[in-house]
Design a protein around this ligand. Structure first.
Ligand SMILES: [Zn+2]
Length: 238
């Protein structure tokens, strides 16, 4: 049964159905398994070492087609595409499956498939090289760990709510100002994480899939943290 088939994401190269990801295969990426994980308190996570996208059951409770769910799952599925591409690029430079599995912390079977399809030139290689620099960066790993630790249950929903409050002009101004402060504090805290190349890319892909406005998340976050409430209000008020 297709639990998840976002119609708005049709133009995108892949979508997910429950249990597998046929459209990832159409862009040449080994399908990932989608698993509900009772231990997760919220959200979703892609694990390259098991080639599996684990999501909290609560992700699907509200509305499986909600933009937040669409962007979340596409974000994670994009990580699979990124990891496979990086593996193919390294394979093109002579890396073995065992080396790929170790460096990218990747399922050995998937690593072996990448070795069969080495990628040596073109814009896809240049993009993968940018991601590889983040994969090898200790700072990026620290930022990811900090972000994971601070993203408690319900955090994403709370942020979405803050944003909705800020944008809702029928609400009390003091309430909107409070929500804006909340949002800025979060973005400031997460900025290093949002700036990691493969996370930026995955966020942008998620937003596109959900039909949300494009634009780079790290730049938007940086702009928002510098802006005052009044500036924001003026800019969005017309
Ligand atoms: Zn991510």
């Amino acid at each position: 049964m297709a639990l998840f088939s976002p119609t708005r994401a049709k133009a995108f190269p892949y979508s997910l159905s429950f249990g597998s990801s046929p459209e990832l295969a159409t862009v040449g990426v080994p399908p990932i398994q989608l698993r509900l994980d009772e231990k997760l308190t919220g959200g979703a996570v892609f694990a390259a070492n098991t080639w599996m996208l684990q999501t909290a059951p609560s992700t699907f409770v509200a509305d499986a087609l909600a933009p937040g769910v669409v962007s979340l799952l596409y974000h994670e599925a994009r990580h699979a595409e990124q990891w496979f591409r990086m593996a193919r690029v390294l394979a093109g430079r002579g890396a073995t499956a065992a080396e790929l599995s170790k460096r990218l912390r990747m399922d050995p079977t998937v690593a072996a498939l990448a070795v069969e399809r080495p990628l040596r030139e073109g814009p896809e290689v240049r993009e993968a090289d940018v991601w590889l620099r983040s994969v090898d960066s200790k700072q990026a790993h620290k930022a990811e760990a900090r972000a994971a630790a601070s993203l408690g249950p319900g955090q994403a929903a709370r942020l979405a709510q803050s944003l909705a409050i800020v944008q809702d002009r029928s609400r009390d101004e003091s309430e909107r100002r409070r929500a804006f402060k909340d949002l800025q504090a979060y973005l400031r805290e997460q900025f290093d994480y949002l700036s990691i190349s493969f996370e930026r890319d995955a966020y942008n892909v998620g937003a596109l899939a959900a039909g949300q406005q494009g634009g780079d998340i790290a730049s938007a976050a940086s702009e928002l943290t510098r802006m005052s409430f009044d500036e924001l209000d003026e800019r969005t008020g017309h």
